[in-house]
Design a protein around this ligand. Sequence first.
Ligand code: GLA
Length: 331
Amino acid sequence: MQNRFRAPGRVNLIGEHTDYNDGFVLPAAIHLETIATFTPAPAMNWTSSSNPPEAWQRYVSGVEKQLRRRAVPIPPLAIHFESTLPLGAGLSSSAALEVSAALAFIAAAGFELPPMEIARLCQQAEIETVGLGCGIMDQFISLHGRAGQAMLLDCRSLAFEAVAIPEDIALVIADTGVKHALASSEYNTRRAECAEAAQYLGVQSLRDATDPRGNPRARHIITENSRVLAFVEALRTNDRRSLGQLMAASHLSLKNDYQVSCLELDMMVEYAGLCPGLIGARMTGGGFGGSTINLVEADQAQAFAERLRDLYPAATIYITKAANGAGPQSP
Ligand code: GLA
């Protein structure tokens, strides 16, 4: 029986904080990942050889609980987790942990579930056990990623479509090394503010709004959704100038209207503009620390990374390409 499963982290190219507003996102899976290896055991026991998130076993038991609720007959297992994903970098180490655990539990039970169902139950586990009112983006892309492609997801219908990233564009992730403590409480606050704004505007969710009537949170969601669609078009036509402009506008909107950026992220984006080969830069993920995503001419990615490290010595930089989503891993 296959007893080893991998689940990748992700980087979001554009479409931030739109997932829980029924909007559009454009993430890609990355080469950094978590691997779960299981063997039958007399009782459940989970170990980790990497540096797991605080109280990481809660994520695993949350997933187990969701599966049991769906009548998946999970036997007792020893599961060992190892990961190359950094923590607190905004690259979804928690979604990768949840998804790798889910695949291990499901396989051990001899069960099958559609990938979108697995994404939803992992999201549910995070909301219920960890208390972060997250959307579905991270768990979705960890399962549905495809090498060389970003995925356009409509978070209302859950319809998705692959969008090729030109071969000569590298995804360069720059981790600021900071994670501000207010990240998850501010995240939940934004979610509540969006629900209030939707009510005020008389729409089911901000996805349906067209005029923000001066509400900056609504303005971010409305403009960000249209930027995602324009960005997809620019990828398809290889219009690099538009890609850069859309990323810059997204960052400013997250900074000024949505207020989830921070000094370190703003600096990293500004420094990127001084480095060779940049196409576009913005913060990625929930914000309040974590990473920026930079689209960079692939043949200049190394020089770009070196220059950025000179300017921001505490940065950890990953040069990556879009990777495949979760699945069995050969030993
Ligand atoms: C976190 C959440 C996602 C999404 C992003 C912001 O990564 O887990 O659901 O809301 O923030 O785009």
